[in-house]
Design a protein around this ligand. Structure first.
Ligand code: DC
Length: 216
């Protein structure tokens, strides 16, 4: 049986991973999984059940019984969902409960696709260490803050820039410093710094890298 083509995309919040991963999945005709949405859904489910996302028993129960189909994208893209996600992501039992779903997606991509693009924080290091191509997408804190501010402005949401920056720094620290699956580039990942790149430029560079990796 032919092994599915797996592309791992990791990096910090607002570095441009999601947009890039979606475009790459479309360009190579692969399935796409935003693994952050699993952590977001776990956080939101815990809040909906009246639980505390920072509490192991509450968060693990939500992860083990997660029905991802019951969440709409707008439920998951709020700042509150992002904060709850980074709290549940800290808990080893939550990560273990979500691991099988992610690995199965990569092993047996849906809709008969011949492979999958997964984006997150630990795809190249933990979820799919054998991925054919691994990208670590990053950008300076300032560039990521400005992108998030623009996103909020475009959605008509009120925001305080200093607050967005403080939240981003806190989330970076939680992602990098946790003991299980911290945010680090895999040793064999290709680093793509998008600070000074447009979305089109980032896509062109990522596409060229992947073609160079999968050419046999
Ligand atoms: O990419 P995002 O903002 O949707 O991710 C939300 C949170 O989930 C973020 O704080 C990190 C966590 N996460 C993770 O720990 N591992 C992943 N593979 C994906 C997301």
């Amino acid at each position: 049986m032919i092994q599915p083509l797996v592309i791992a995309i990791d990096g910090p919040a607002a570095a441009g991973k999601g947009t890039l991963a979606r475009r790459l999945a479309a360009a190579f005709n692969l399935a796409y999984l935003d693994t952050g949405s699993l952590y977001r859904a776990t956080g939101v489910a815990t809040l909906r059940a009246g639980g505390n996302p920072a509490l192991e028993a509450d968060a693990v129960k939500s992860a083990q019984t997660l029905d991802i189909a019951s969440f709409s994208p707008s439920d998951l893209r709020t700042e509150q969902a992002g904060v709850a996600a980074s709290q549940v992501a800290f808990i080893p039992g939550v990560r273990a409960a979500l691991l099988d779903f992610q690995r199965n997606f990569a092993k047996q991509p849906p809709h008969g696709k011949s492979g999958a693009v997964l984006d997150g924080r630990d795809i190249g290091t933990v979820v799919c260490p054998d991925a054919a191509a691994k990208l670590f997408v990053t950008a300076s804190l300032e560039a990521r803050v400005q992108r998030r501010v623009k996103e909020l402005r475009d959605k008509g949401e009120t925001y305080i820039e200093a607050r967005v920056r403080a939240d981003m720094e806190a989330r970076d620290a939680r992602d990098k410093d946790r003991s299980v699956a911290p945010l680090v580039p895999a040793h064999d990942a290709w680093i793509l710094d998008t600070t000074a790149l447009s979305a089109d430029e980032a896509f062109a560079q990522a596409e060229a890298y992947i073609i160079s990796k999968v050419k046999r």
